[in-house]
Design a protein around this ligand. Structure first.
Ligand code: NDP
Ligand code: 8X3
Length: 252
C-alpha cells in the first residue's frame, strides 16, 4: 500500500489531499495542531476508504516536537512514497514598515523552518527506502511580490528556492521534487491572514470563481502519479479569472 505524509491536514488543501490520496488507496500520515479536527478527519477517512491513518499532533515550528514525533513513527510507516509540505499560513497584510515582528516570526517559522525540519527527516527515510516524492506548497506569492505581501511572499520565495535546492541535492537518490504555485484558493487561508475577520476574508473571493482545495489536491495527486521517470518540477495553477497575483477579473 502506498503511503503519503501530509502536513497541515486539518483544513483546506491538506484536508483535500487527505481525501484524494485516500480515494486512491494511499495510507495516510496526517498532521496538524488542532487535534479534534485531526481525529475527526482520520475517523471519516478510515470509515469511507478503509485505508490506515496515523495522526501526528505537532506544531511544525517546534523543532524538538518534529524530531520527537517523526522519530517515533513506526518503521513500516516510514516507507512513505509522498511527502506533501503543505502546512503554512499568512499572518497580516500590512505595509512592511507597519508589520509586527510576531507575524513575521510566525510565517518564517512555519512556512520555512517547519518545512525544513519535516523535510530533512522524511528525505532521509526516502533515501533509505530508495524512493520518494516531495511536494512543496509554494504560491504565486513565491513567484511574484505584491503590496503588503512582504514577508509572506519572502517565505514562499524561500519555499521556491528550497524546492529547487532539494531537487538538486536529492538527485542521486532518485527522489522526485515538485513545487506547486497556486493563485487564489478559497480555504481558511484568508481568515487566518486577517486573524478571524471573516467579512474581510470573504471579500477576497467575491466576484469571481476562486480555486477550491480539491483543485489543488487533484493536481498534486496528478503530479505524483506520473511514470517514475517523469518529474513535474514546478506547476503554477490559477483561477481562470486571475492573471497575476494582483490582476483579477471580478464580475461585481
Ligand atoms: P488553511 O488555513 O485552510 O490550512 C492551513 C493548514 O496548515 C492547516 O491544516 C493548519 O493546521 C496547518 N498549519 C498552520 N500552521 C501550522 C503549524 N505551525 N504546525 C502545523 N500545521 C500548521 O490554508 P490553505 O489550505 O489554503 O493553505 C495550505 C498551504 O497552501 C499553505 O502553505 C499556503 O501558504 C498555501 N497556499 C494557499 C493558497 C490559498 O490561496 N489558499 C494559495 C497558494 C498557496 P492547524 O491550524 O491545525 O495546525
Ligand atoms: C496565497 C495566495 O495570492 O494571497 O499564497 O498570496 S496569495
Amino acid at each position: 500500500m502506498n503511503k503519503v505524509l501530509i502536513t497541515g491536514a486539518t483544513s483546506g488543501i491538506g484536508e483535500a489531499c487527505a481525501h484524494v490520496f485516500a480515494e486512491n488507496n494511499y495510507d495516510l500520515i496526517i498532521t496538524g495542531r488542532r487535534l479534534d479536527r485531526l481525529e475527526k478527519l482520520a475517523a471519516e477517512i478510515k470509515e469511507k476508504h478503509q485505508v490506515n491513518v496515523l495522526t501526528l499532533n505537532f506544531d511544525v515550528r517546534n523543532r524538538e516536537d518534529v524530531i520527537s514525533y517523526l522519530g517515533r513513527v513506526p518503521a513500516e510507516w516510514q516507507q512513505v512514497d509522498v511527502l506533501i509540505n503543505n502546512a503554512g499560513l499568512s499572518s497580516g497584510l500590512e505595509p512592511f514598515q507597519d508589520c509586527n515582528f510576531d507575524d513575521w516570526d510566525l510565517m518564517v517559522d512555519t512556512n520555512v523552518k517547519g518545512l525544513l525540519y519535516v523535510s530533512k527527516i522524511v528525505a532521509n527515510w526516502m533515501i533509505a527506502n530508495k524512493k520518494g516524492h516531495i511536494v512543496n506548497l509554494s504560491s504565486i506569492a513565491g513567484i511574484e511580490v505584491y503590496p503588503n505581501g512582504n514577508v509572506y511572499c519572502a517565505s514562499k520565495h524561500a519555499v521556491d528556492a528550497l524546492n529547487k535546492a532539494m531537487r538538486i541535492d536529492l538527485l542521486s537518490s532518485g527522489i522526485r521534487v515538485t513545487g506547486i504555485y497556486p493563485g487564489s484558493v478559497e480555504t481558511e487561508f484568508s481568515n487566518v491572514r486577517f486573524k478571524g475577520d471573516d467579512t474581510r476574508a470573504k471579500k477576497v473571493y467575491e466576484g469571481y470563481d476562486p480555486l477550491v482545495a480539491a483543485d489543488i489536491a487533484e493536481t498534486i495527486f496528478w503530479t505524483t502519479s506520473r511514470s517514475a521517470h517523469v518529474n513535474i518540477n514546478e506547476l503554477v495553477i490559477m483561477p481562470t479569472a486571475q492573471a497575476t497575483a494582483t490582476n483579477y477579473f471580478r464580475k461585481s
